[in-house]
Design a protein around this ligand. Structure first.
Ligand SMILES: Cc1cc2nc3c(=O)[nH]c(=O)nc-3n(C[C@H](O)[C@H](O)[C@H](O)COP(=O)(O)OP(=O)(O)OC[C@H]3O[C@@H](n4cnc5c(N)ncnc54)[C@H](O)[C@@H]3O)c2cc1C
Length: 387
């Protein structure tokens, strides 16, 4: 997407700068970090220092004052270099957005400068074992006891809890007057008593791990509640669109990375008279993937532009479609890349096979392919609901 009409000079400069950082780390770095059971701390710290992790956060709190468009571009370029930072989807994009839009002045002071510089990290927990895709069914509940909140419930698949300073937990709070439950967001610091996490073994070669959270009467200070008790749903939705746009960027980076490796290989690998890339059976699927990735990039840019312009409703539809298109493009690009390399597609040396599972994450999370198709069929096309 190098057309100046589609992308500003500033965006292209940012892409080039992030790509240069990514090139210094690359896939080898991520592979080594995973092999050694470490975290991509050096890359995270350097990206933070350069202002990339907080590019979307307000200037007064140390951020770059730009938007999700810029943050997505950072993640996409790191992914295209082979070293994506998954926690960017959660820490600056969801948690940073929610706190900067709805947090109290004290919450902003406490969290935003660290989230912007990368010195603080926050995880985000919404998924529950018995609710899954149906987040209306979540049962994690906060009740007031005097000044404090007492939070109980369980979450699953929450990424990065082990390395996060706090987790933004989606729960429900009891309305003091009516007893009804309304959605609320709580900041749970990692050492809060009663807050435990257990790693969920996953077949993923990624540094960021997934966890079950167990919250047994976790006592939280009054200011653990983000923003207002009565605006919970609005606050939650403010974080979910950035999450989808960032997941699209994550998938796009991975798809570009895989496609790049496949094209390099197809150009040079020769077993007959011509390199294998001359065979249309290989070349056309790679061309299709390039087209699919470019289309998904356009939709992702549209979703980010709508979100940054304050059109939450328009951004909702576009962010869903962008996440869908980018995930599908990434799954296909990885599959085609593995096939292009033949046996080498499955070797550790070429490192593409582990992307097969990694790409599937974007199809499942944070909202599955089917739930997006449901959204588009009901909301956009006006078709009846089956569930
Ligand atoms: C690597 C990874 C990282 C994650 N990180 C986080 C995180 O940081 N924080 C967090 O809160 N969560 C996280 N998740 C959880 C993720 O958001 C959920 O897995 C996802 O929302 C799907 O929920 P589920 O797994 O319970 O699937 P389910 O809801 O049980 O769905 C199972 C299948 O049924 C389909 N299905 C369900 N309902 C319908 C319907 N009405 N119509 C058609 N099909 C339907 C789904 O599409 C899916 O294919 C992560 C997941 C993964 C894999």
């Amino acid at each position: 997407m190098s057309n100046a009409l589609i992308e500003s000079q500033e965006h292209r400069d940012l892409r080039a700068a992030v790509a240069a950082l990514g090139a210094r780390y690359g896939r080898e770095y991520t592979t080594a970090v995973v092999r050694d059971g470490k975290q991509p701390d050096e890359l995270w710290a350097e990206a933070g220092k350069l202002g990339y992790l907080g590019v979307n956060l307000p200037v007064e709190f140390g951020g770059g004052g730009a938007g999700i468009a810029e943050l997505a571009l950072v993640l996409e370029e790191l992914g295209a270099a082979g070293c994506p930072l998954l926690m960017m989807v959660v820490s600056p994009a969801i948690c940073g957005t929610v706190i900067s839009r709805f947090g109290t002045p004290a919450q902003k002071e406490r969290w935003l400068p660290g989230l912007a510089s990368g010195t603080l990290r926050m995880a985000f927990g919404i998924t529950e074992p018995d609710a899954g895709s149906n987040s209306h069914r979540i049962t994690t509940t906060g009740r007031r006891e005097g000044d404090e909140w007492v939070l109980s419930g369980r979450k699953v698949f929450v990424s990065g809890v082990d390395i996060a300073d706090a987790t933004l937990v989606v729960g429900r709070a009891e309305d003091a007057r009516t007893g009804a439950l309304k959605p609320c967001l709580f900041i749970v610091e990692r050492h809060a008593s009663g807050f435990r996490w257990n790693r969920i073994p996953m077949e993923l070669a990624a540094p960021e791990k997934q966890f079950e959270l167990v919250m047994d009467d976790v006592r939280l200070p009054p200011d653990a509640l983000v923003g207002s008790e009565d605006a919970g749903l609005l606050q939650l939705f403010a974080g979910l669109n950035p999450e989808r746009i960032m997941t699209a960027a994550f998938a796009l980076g991975m798809g570009r990375y895989a496609l790049g490796r496949a094209v390099d290989y197809a150009r040079t690998r020769q077993v007959w008279r011509e390199p294998i890339g001359a065979h249309q059976a290989l070349a056309h699927p790679l061309a299709q993937s390039h087209i699919e990735i470019e289309l998904a990039r356009l939709m992702t840019a549209k979703a980010a532009a709508l979100y940054d312009a304050g059109d939450d409703a328009g951004a909702g539809e576009a962010a869903n479609m962008a996440k869908y298109a980018a995930a599908e493009a990434a799954v296909r690009a990885v599959d085609r890349a593995v096939h292009t390399l033949g046996g080498n597609g499955l070797t550790t040396e070429y490192g593409l096979a582990s992307l097969v599972t990694a790409a599937r994450v974007a199809r499942i999370a944070p909202v599955s392919r089917e739930m997006i198709l449901n959204y588009v069929s009901h909301r956009t096309l006006g078709l009846p609901k089956s569930y």
